[in-house]
Design a protein around this ligand. Structure first.
Ligand code: SF4
Length: 223
């Protein structure tokens, strides 16, 4: 179990370890610091593999990389373009509607506060936080299944849903660390702290982990 004082150490270790991992699709898109592309790529990425998200995002932005141009595309055309992602029809509908609303109500700009972003259909807390952090360089904690799982295994939080994990992490962590958490935990969760069979034996932070300690103290099964 990590003590509050040890959190900076754990993050430092994970940061060093992350240099060994390949970047996620969102990392690459986030580098552009374009809130609109980050928002749309997030929607494309739901229940879709990283490589597919990256490829489809690129294809879509070749046709339209801003709300005004995207709003001009028909829903059918967007759907055809993004056909390789899961739920492409629903996503095409959302992308069209979001782009139209951005043009009509926000002068073609993505709003930079979470509460306004949450009023867009198809935008949940994870996506809103990602746009805030990677699009605007503002404080937020995007929590997906990896962040939720790793935070609970380490014992930083004890929560049942990503929304509750976000709230708990906001209370636990100084703002200084908020923007790093998603990046570090997603890569760590994809490569080491996997949902099934986490690679605990090769984990660089096992001595700070509640789950690992529970494994060691679990009684052996008697046959
Ligand atoms: Fe995850 Fe295992 Fe490392 Fe704990 S010790 S953080 S469960 S990989």
């Amino acid at each position: 179990m990590t003590t509050k004082k040890e959190i900076p150490t754990v993050l430092k270790i994970l940061k060093k370890k992350s240099r060994e991992f390949t970047s996620t699709a969102l990392n690459d898109i986030a580098e552009e610091r374009d809130p609109f592309k980050i928002l749309i790529s997030c929607i494309l990425s739901l229940r879709t593999r990283d490589e597919t998200t990256a490829r489809v995002s690129k294809k879509l932005y070749e046709l339209a990389d801003n709300p005004k141009d995207m709003a001009k595309l028909s829903e059918k055309y967007i759907a055809r373009t993004i056909k390789s992602v899961n739920y492409y029809k629903t996503k095409a509908k959302r992308i069209k509607a979001i782009s139209q609303r951005l043009v009509l109500e926000f002068n073609g700009r993505v709003p930079d506060d979470i509460n306004t972003l949450l009023t867009f259909k198809g935008v949940g807390r994870k996506t809103a936080n990602i746009v805030i952090v990677y699009g605007f360089n503002k404080h937020g904690i995007p929590v997906d299944t990896h962040v939720h799982r790793v935070s609970n295994r380490l014992g930083w939080v004890n929560t049942k849903t990503p929304e509750k994990t976000e709230a708990a992490l906001r209370t636990l962590l100084p703002k200084l660390y908020w923007m790093d958490i998603n990046d570090l935990f997603v890569q760590f969760g994809q490569n080491i702290c996997k949902p099934i069979n986490p690679k605990c034996s090769e984990c660089p932070v096992k001595k700070y982990c509640k789950y690992y300690k529970s494994l060691k103290t679990r009684p052996l099964k008697v046959k």
